[in-house]
Design a protein around this ligand. Structure first.
Ligand SMILES: *Cc1c(COP(=O)(O)O)cnc(C)c1O
Length: 384
């Protein structure tokens, strides 16, 4: 049967994925089968997934709102905690309106039915997250991809299609590379060609910018982005996602987005907790500075050990290995030393660029960074 063969081929190519059962909360240390691991695989960048104050808030919110929303927002699932969170998000991002979703994947797919018709051309960076790509693929419009961060390529393509409805979609901080989209140039192009600019800053929000509002804040572009997407699964330490934009844009999602209309609303207690988390994010400059220090430390130590650090100056640090099987072997060797680092392989990243993805969080210490660099140095030296 072809399904069986497909699975065998994945195994043969080193692309088969396995799940590990974690039996602790998220943190810089997590437990697997009773053993403790130093964790560099988490997107819980500010360490909020296991934060005492937030957990207490969640418990109290559950007492107030119960567990489930009971239905989609358009039925009877639009709870006051949702409304409050949406208002706070809109204000935080200097925007008019916001809408919350069950996940970032849902939020991106929503674009397919809310904003794209058969005359729409969607321009996307080649390294965009899969959920952005899928939004275009599942829509009636046409997907056109430009080379990673190549704004002159983007402009050539915009020119070519200039008589259509144009949408530019990009990651803010790229999820598997940690580098940043050239938003200043992209935003100028979006104005020049009258294209709608959509930025998914799932990884930048919370970590970048003075208030933690992400890459756009860092670049002073907050008012230039038409639609911003963020998730609650990364720096917020929870799950869910949101869009912020003009009232008209948000209204078209409420009226037309299938992944908004046909799905159960976010847990109301979670929405109440996340409102509190947002407040905490604003005040987390110390954590952000700590992350910056750790990144600098990491890059210095790696260079001293003779290993090429990536271009990324952010909390996502790829270590490109190339071959998927080799990447898995190295990740397994780290695992033997009780260090957890994800091996990222195609189709998540392009062929030939399999990598370790190290994510540096506020929960880490300088000593953790040292431990990792020593371990990876020993492993790489032992293999060459
Ligand atoms: C994680 C991620 C998503 C998906 O968000 P979920 O809430 O986990 O579904 C979307 N976009 C980007 C850039 C991401 O990194």
């Amino acid at each position: 049967m072809h399904i069986n063969n497909d699975l065998k081929n994945l195994q043969k190519d080193g692309l088969f994925r396995k799940r590990r059962v974690i039996n602790s909360a998220q943190g810089s240390r997590i437990s697997i089968e009773g053993e403790t691991f130093l964790n560099f695989s988490s997107n819980d960048y500010l360490g909020f997934a296991d934060d005492e104050e937030l957990k207490q808030h969640m418990i109290e919110s559950v007492r107030e709102y119960g567990i489930g929303a009971g239905s989609s927002q358009l039925m009877t699932g639009y709870i006051e905690s949702h409304q409050r969170l949406e208002a706070e998000l809109a204000a935080f991002f200097y925007s008019k309106a916001a809408l919350i979703f069950s996940s970032g994947y849902h939020a991106n797919l929503a674009i397919a039915s809310a904003l794209i018709n058969k005359n729409t051309i969607v321009f996307q960076d080649k390294l965009n997250h899969a959920s952005l790509v899928d939004a275009a693929l599942l829509s009636k419009g046409k997907l056109v991809r430009y080379r990673h961060k190549d704004v002159s390529h983007l402009e050539t393509l915009l020119k070519k299609y200039k008589n259509n409805n144009l949408i530019i979609m990009t990651d803010g901080v790229f999820s598997m590379d940690g580098d940043c989209a050239p938003l200043v140039e992209i935003s100028m192009l979006s104005k020049k060609y009258n294209a709608l600019l959509i930025v998914d800053d799932a990884h930048g929000i919370g970590v970048l910018g003075k208030r933690g509002a992400g890459l756009a804040e860092e670049l002073n572009l907050e008012k230039e982005i038409d639609l911003l997407i963020g998730t609650f699964g990364k720096s917020f330490g929870a799950a869910g996602a949101f869009l912020v934009g003009s009232e008209i844009l948000i209204e078209s999602f409420i009226q037309k987005a299938r992944t908004y209309i046909y799905t159960t609303a976010l847990m109301p207690a979670l929405a109440a907790t996340i409102t509190h988390t947002l407040d905490k994010i604003k005040k987390s400059n110390k954590l952000r500075l700590h992350i910056r220090e750790l990144i600098a430390e990491y890059k210095t130590l790696l260079t001293q050990a003779g290993i090429n650090a990536s271009e990324s100056n952010n909390h996502i640090q790829p270590l490109i290995i190339g071959d998927p099987k080799e990447t898995i072997e190295i990740s397994d060797q780290l695992y033997q030393k009780n260090i957890l680092v994800s091996a990222i392989r195609p189709p998540t990243v392009p062929k030939g660029t399999s990598r370790l993805r190290i994510s540096i969080t506020a929960a880490h210490t300088t000593n953790d960074i040292n431990l990792f660099v020593q371990a990876i140095t020993n492993i790489l030296n032992g293999r060459s």
